[in-house]
Design a protein. Structure first.
Ligand code: MLT
Length: 328
């Protein structure tokens, strides 16, 4: 059986090659947020692993196309030439945007080929270093005592940081919502937080772990259902469920997408390279060091990821609608 699979893959790669893929042109990962953020980090690390997985035949470059919570970058890929040279690396926003925006210039399920899921990333609730709180309880009491006077940074409507802030605030039931401050990504938002220009943010551990460790921001809680007991730093922070927000469970995931109509042999070759890259020890080590978990199971299968994204939108829609009063 294994021999048959190997032969089929060789035939697919030959077909893709026959289509001139990858050829000499680099493969561009469009990242719909500013450089230096968690999505950018995943794309750059994955690009190196995919380059190795394809035997150095293709170079992977990242193009940051930020704005509007990532929807501008997503729209760019929806309209890109379906030749395998323009791909999208995105996260839960692929499922959240259709539940948040009344009008989008793309249809997730119709305008993309799904290449597979990449990883899962917990989020952390963090504050500026000057915030007069050291435990989650102090933090929540401070927020309540200063209702309407504090702000929360995010990367635009539909971003992971916006979604987390929306869900957390709706569970907090804060009478006056915090003022929300959008940025082109959580990299610039993190600079503002470290500099004390904004007060609070909820962001992915791939972006916050280093800042927490360096004492440049204060961490108060993690957003996962279970504590991150395997992580040397993050194990010390409670979950929001432990802090009384029953059922609060938010884990960000990343996936890879191509424009609809990308030839099947090219998609098969990219999916094969993705599966190999996700087993790359160096990529796994980098991701796990930042609290992320690389996916190596059936969720990397295109059809499964397509169904998963649709299910995530259906799951998020009522939750976002219930919390909607905190939307921008
Ligand atoms: C980023 O990469 O900047 C973040 O993923 C933005 C966000 O979704 O919060």
């Amino acid at each position: 059986m294994k021999k048959l699979v190997v032969l089929a893959l060789a035939a697919t790669a030959a077909l893709a090659h026959a289509q001139g893929f990858p050829g000499s042109k680099p493969v561009t990962f469009v990242v719909p947020f500013a450089a230096g953020g968690p999505t950018d980090r995943v794309a750059r690390d994955l690009g190196e692993a995919m380059r190795k997985a394809m035997g150095g035949q293709a170079n992977f470059v990242v193009e940051n196309v930020n704005g509007a919570g990532g929807t501008i970058g997503v729209a760019r890929v929806a309209k890109a030439s379906p030749d395998g040279h323009t791909l999208l690396v995105h996260h839960i926003g692929m499922a959240a945007a259709p539940a948040l925006y009344r009008k989008l210039s793309y249809k997730v399920q119709d305008d993309f080929e799904f290449l597979g899921m990449i990883n899962e990333v917990p989020m952390t609730l963090i504050g500026k270093p000057q915030l007069p709180a050291n435990t989650y309880r102090d933090f929540e009491n401070y927020i309540r005592a200063n209702a309407g006077k504090l702000n929360i940074a995010h990367a635009g409507l539909g971003s992971a940081s916006h979604l987390c802030g929306l869900l957390w605030q709706s569970r907090l039931g804060a009478a006056d919502a915090m003022v929300t401050i959008p940025f082109g990504g959580t990299a610039p938002a993190m600079n503002a937080l470290v500099g004390g220009q904004v007060d609070v943010m909820c962001d992915q551990t791939t972006n916050t772990t280093g800042q927490i460790e360096a004492g440049r921001v204060k961490a108060f809680a993690v957003t996962t259902a279970k504590p991150l007991s395997n992580h040397k730093l993050l194990k010390d922070y409670p979950t929001l469920q432990e802090m009384g927000m029953r059922g609060f469970d938010l884990t960000i995931w990343h996936g890879m997408y191509a424009p609809k109509g990308t030839p099947a042999p090219v998609l098969a070759q990219l999916n094969e390279a993705l599966k190999k890259a996700l087993k790359d020890p160096e990529f796994i080590k980098k991701q796990e060091g930042l609290g992320a978990i690389v996916v190596t199971d059936k969720r990397v299968e295109p059809a499964n990821h397509k169904a998963f994204v649709a299910a995530e939108t259906a799951k998020l829609k009522p939750v976002i609608e219930a919390a909607g009063k905190f939307a921008d």
